[in-house]
Design a protein around this ligand. Sequence first.
Ligand SMILES: Cc1ncc(COP(=O)(O)O)c(C=O)c1O
Length: 473
Amino acid sequence: MNELTILTKSFDKIKKYLEGNKDTSLPIVKFKTPSELKEVINFEIEKKGVTEQDFLMLIDKYLEYSVKTGNKQFMNQLYSGFNFPAFIGEVFTALANTSMYTYEVAPVATAIETEMIRLMNQYTGYINGDGIFVTGGSNANLIAMFSARNKILPESRFEGYDRNKKLKAFVSEQAHYSFETAANVLGIGSNNVIKIKSDANGILLPSELEKEIKNCIDNGETPFFVAATCATTLLGAYDPIEEMAEICKKYNCWLHADGSFGGSLILSDQHRYLMKGIEQTDSFAWNPHKLMNIPLICSVLLVKKRGTLQHNITDINTDYIFHDIDKIEDLGEKSIQCGRRVDAVKLWFAWKYFGLEGYQKRIDNLIVMATYAEEVVNKNPNLELLVNRQSFAVCFRFIPKHKINLNSFNLELREAMRKNGKSIVNYGYIGKTLAIRLITANGEINKADIDLFFNNLLETASKLENKNKFVAS
Ligand SMILES: Cc1ncc(COP(=O)(O)O)c(C=O)c1O
C-alpha cells in the first residue's frame, strides 16, 4: 500500500465529507439495521490485510453510514457541529500521539492542559483551583463524588467504604443518570442517591433539598454530596446554585455543579447569571465537547481546592513512570487514569482560533437560536411548547387536527424524521408526556437552519396526519 496515496486521497475524502455536511439535500443518516450494515461492510479481520483500494473503500463506507453530526440539521444530541480548529487539533493530537501522564513525554501538551485549567478556573471563580481532563461528563461526576467521599471519609481510600457510615448523595430528579453509576462504582450504592423534586420547569427546589437532608440526618445517615445541574439533559434547566450552596454549608456537604451539558454558558457575560454562585461550589464538570463543539471527548473536572485531586490517588510509588527528575509537575499524579489522551490540545487550538470573544459569541448565538426556535413553536398553532425554555433545549410537540394519541403521534413523527434523515431530533418524557427535544448546540447554526428544521418537521407531520386520517377512515 502506498501510504502517501492514501493520505492524499483521505484529504479529498475529508473535503468531500465537509462539503456534504453543508448540503441539506443529503440525508444525515442512511439508517441500516446491524444485519443490513454487515451486508455492505465486511467487519471481519482477515488473515491477510486489505488492498489499498479496499482500504480507501472502507473509509468511504465508514463515512457513508455514520450519522452526519456535523450537519446543521443534526439536533438530536447535546453535542453537534463541526469545529474546524479543534478538528485540526485532533488530527495533530493523533499524529504526535503522546500521553498526558508525564511532562517528559508530553511537555507541550502538559503546558496546554495547565493553561486550559487555569483559564477555566478563572471563569469559574476558583481562586486556588485545580482540575483535570477526564473521559466525559459522567466520569467528571464520578471523580467529583469520589473526591467528596475521600474528603469526608479519607480512610475509605485504603480500607474501602464502610457501609455503616451510610453516605447519602442528593441530586435533582432531573439529574443525569451518571450519579447513580458513580455511587455504584464507589460502593455507596445507587439507592443512596436521593432524587430531589424539581418545579414545573425542571429546576431543583431548595426547600425539598433541605427537607431530604434533614430526613437523612434524623435517620442517622450522613449527607455528603449534593449536585446542582447546570442545564438538565431534557429540559435544559439550571438549578439554583446560590441557595443550594447555603444548604451545603449548613450541613457540611460537598457541592458539585454538573455543567456537562450547559457549563459552557459561563463564557457568556449576558447569560452567566444562570450559574450565579458557581464559585461557591467545590467542583464543576465542564464539557467542551458539547456546547463548545470540540470533537468528543473533551471534558474537564475543576475543583475549588488545590490538592483535592492528588488526595484521591493512594499509591504513586511508580518510579517506572514518574521519575521526578526535572521537578516539574506531572499531571498524571492527579488522574485516576494512567495513559491519558491530550484532549486539552484540540480545545486550545479552537480557543486560540476563535479567541475569548469568538467563543462568547458562539455561546450567545446558541441562546439566540433557542429563543428563536421557541418563538417559532409559540407562533404555530399546530405546535405546543411543553415547558418554559431556560437555555438550549426547546421541548414541544405537534398537535394534529384530528383526535389521536399525542404521544404515539409524536413518537411516530420523530421516528419518521429520523428515518428520512432530513432533520434529526430527539425526544424524552416530561412526566407521561412525550416531548420532542430540539437542542441548539451547534455554534454555527442560524435562523434559516431553524426554519428548515421546522419546515421538515411540519411537512413530515402533515404526511403522517394524512396517512393516519386515511387509516382511520
Ligand atoms: C447534565 C448531564 N450530565 C452528565 C452528562 C454525561 O456527559 P458525557 O456524555 O460527557 O458522559 C450529560 C450528557 O448528556 C448531561 O446532560
